[in-house]
Write a protein that binds this ligand. Sequence first.
Ligand SMILES: C[S@@+](CC[C@H](N)C(=O)[O-])C[C@H]1O[C@@H](n2cnc3c(N)ncnc32)[C@H](O)[C@@H]1O
Length: 297
Amino acid sequence: MNIQDIQKEREKWLTWKDIKPLRTALDKLPDIDAKVTISDTIMIEAPIPQQVRDEIDQTARLMKPWRKGPFHLFDTFIDSEWNSAIKYNLLKPHFNLQGKKVADVGCNNGYYMFRMLEEDPASIIGFDPSPLCKTQFDFINHFVKSDIKYELLGIEHLAFYQEKFDTVFCLGVLYHRSDPVSSLKSLKKSMVKGAELFLDTFMIDGEEEVALTPKKTYSKIPNIYFVPTIAALKNWCIRAGFSSVEVLEVRKTMENEQRKTEWIPGQSLDTFLDKNDPNYTVEGYPAPKRVYIKATL
Ligand SMILES: C[S@@+](CC[C@H](N)C(=O)[O-])C[C@H]1O[C@@H](n2cnc3c(N)ncnc32)[C@H](O)[C@@H]1O
């Protein structure tokens, strides 16, 4: 696989007709020397005229839906569907990124990567094939001015990517893959010996080494292929070549983490669950629960 050709091809995705107007809006953004505070909310502040604040607000609204965040840009609070600080803060005590080469696979708009800046890593590269997510990232990074790199590549390309990593995050991606073991192998091939993988995925309870395979949708999400028990997930990791797997946390997704806000169209978690019994999804499957693991090479 020639990664350079794929990279070139994917850059063209930024000229798609629904993305192009957003890129044009990006090109018009003023250069602002802003104060950036990395905390649960990524805060960007500067004493700028009201008209410029309004223009930035309009640009942010053009880029909806905002799934991950929150971000505070001048007068605009991007209250994303997910409060991503909850996942990041859960994982934070388990890693030390200082001086490390870090990859975030399925990085969405880069919320976690901006959080990682305070850890002083050697480099951060995000991978996500969504041109809208990259455009949101470029919008925020226009003001943050970090040297985080963003590739429009997927987990399947990691094995062939030119750089190798000390720490890889792959959060909320594995259940979207119809080939979980191959995906884990691809991640493994992008890692140096002794590197760490932080991963979370939907899970089901049980001791057996099995996975739920949703018929059409899971929690109204169409592209969910496998929801494993922890035992099955551990087997996937070991078969992909990881030497150890540590379970860091198991948690149900609650409405303080995922909910409807003005920054997304349509519905969110509350309408994905059975009205009479929130322990089940509308399809009758166990309600979303996630396992967070660290797998070591
Ligand atoms: C459920 S979101 C998870 C986002 C974030 N990592 C988190 O945990 O909050 C899944 C992300 O995976 C991205 N994605 C889709 N296909 C992918 C692929 N082949 N490789 C990597 N990421 C992919 C989507 O664009 C989306 O940003």
